[in-house]
Ligand binder design. Structure first.
Ligand code: C2E
Ligand code: SIN
Ligand code: SIN
Ligand code: FE
Length: 352
């Protein structure tokens, strides 16, 4: 226990210092308010004992200065006074004192008071430690939960990739494009991260589509395309009603990534901001990747044409604000594409 002692009377100060030492506590003795104030930023004590009557600055004024600082606000302070005037006491209590000692100092009373205050400080510290410990435990549990959620998501994504032509690379690109767009749109980092983690499952509903349609190399018939469109609701249903907020977000994305800003999309023909924001973001990221890679039914478009195509569809197919965010995020999107780009583009370039 460290006890701050402030008294201009050196005899009293020495006496209190001695009493503090009998309690196995450390005394920080100051003989003037000025010397305390000049050390005010670096005082390290658990209890403060301050004389009321001192020249230039009363104990109550010193106390007010100390308790202005956050780190001393909750320390127990005791004012030492011969003056029993109730208004003085009121003043001291208002300044943050919790107790009084009367002069001349009675050693037994002083020691008993210090013991009580030490017990109070100990109890407070234990409570603070326990709170800190609990907070750490909760953080740890939350982190584990997030990791498990992420693992489930990764495994679901892997399961879906067995059925689809999509490679792990495609999934990774859409996920990173989505995060880049979300960030450029101005979403907070946690939301951006959630979108990155939830977006890889946008097409998970394709597991419910017959291979003959899914893997068809030619153009789909109207009937086949209608069947194909079911992947949005199938995906939403696979992921929905989870208690995991990440899976809920993934369900929202799966269900809405084929809606169009103008209401001409599917499955629900939602329009504008009725389409969940994450769905609007992933719709654009998915389109950019689908267009710039080869599909069983189409060859890859070049990046310039694709950017132009997307910008032409701002306000019809896409949310214009998301297109603006996409344009802003292009350097990062192109860097992701460079690092995890479609292999077939390189293969074609080599064979040409
Ligand atoms: P996907 O291949 O992942 O394509 C995702 C979305 O990118 C498409 O959603 C569409 O909005 C856009 N997209 C892809 N390629 C093109 C294109 O050449 N031109 C234009 N304008 N947009 C393109 P969509 O159309 O709802 O298709 C959903 C899924 O249905 C596609 O996912 C794909 O798996 C399948 N699909 C769509 N059309 C055909 C097709 O003609 N043949 C085959 N085999 N599958 C198709
Ligand atoms: C959402 O997060 O889906 C709502 C925000 C918006 O519509 O812009
Ligand atoms: C794809 O995304 O369709 C394949 C591209 C790749 O090999 O990464
Ligand atoms: Fe899709």
């Amino acid at each position: 226990m460290r006890i701050l002692l402030v008294d201009d009377n050196r005899t009293t100060l020495r006496y209190m210092t001695k009493l503090v030492r009998t309690l196995d506590a450390v005394a920080l003795a100051y003989d003037s308010p000025d010397s305390v104030l000049s050390d005010i930023s670096r005082l390290d004590f658990d209890i403060g004992i301050i004389d009321f009557q001192m020249p230039f600055c009363s104990g109550v004024e010193l106390l007010s200065q100390l308790t202005k600082l956050e780190k001393y606000r909750d320390k127990p302070f005791v004012i030492v006074t011969a003056d029993l005037d109730p208004s003085t006491r009121m003043e001291a209590l208002n300044a943050g004192a919790i107790d009084f000692l009367t002069k001349p100092i009675n050693p037994l009373e002083f020691q008993a008071r210090m013991r009580n205050l030490s017990a109070l400080v100990d109890a407070r510290n234990k409570l603070a430690d326990k709170t800190e410990w609990l907070r750490n435990e909760v953080d740890k549990a939350l982190k584990e939960m997030r990791e498990r959620e992420e693992e489930i998501i990764n495994r679901l994504t892997i399961a879906a990739s067995y059925k689809d032509h999509d490679t792990a690379q495609h999934t990774r690109r859409v996920s990173e494009y989505s995060e880049a767009i979300a960030e450029a749109y101005g979403l907070d980092p946690e939301r951006c991260r959630d979108i990155r983690l939830a977006s890889p499952m946008h097409d998970i509903g394709k597991v419910g589509i017959p291979d003959i349609i899914l893997l068809k190399t030619g153009k789909l018939t109207e009937q086949e395309f209608a069947t194909m469109q079911r992947h949005a609701l199938i995906g939403r249903d696979i992921l929905a009603e989870s208690s995991s907020s990440l899976l809920q977000l993934a369900a929202e994305i799966a269900g809405s990534h084929h809606e169009r800003w103008d209401g001409m999309g599917y499955p629900l023909r939602l329009s504008g901001t009725a389409i969940p924001l994450a769905g609007r973001i992933v719709a654009l990221a998915d389109n950019f990747d689908a267009l710039t890679t080869t599909r069983p039914y189409k060859v890859a478009w070049d990046v310039e044409t694709t950017i132009e195509h997307i910008n032409e569809r701002a306000g019809t197919q896409f949310d214009p604000d998301i297109v603006a965010a996409f344009n802003k995020a292009l350097p990062r999107i192109l860097a992701v594409r460079e690092a995890h780009g479609p292999q077939e583009n390189r293969a074609r370039a080599m064979s040409a």
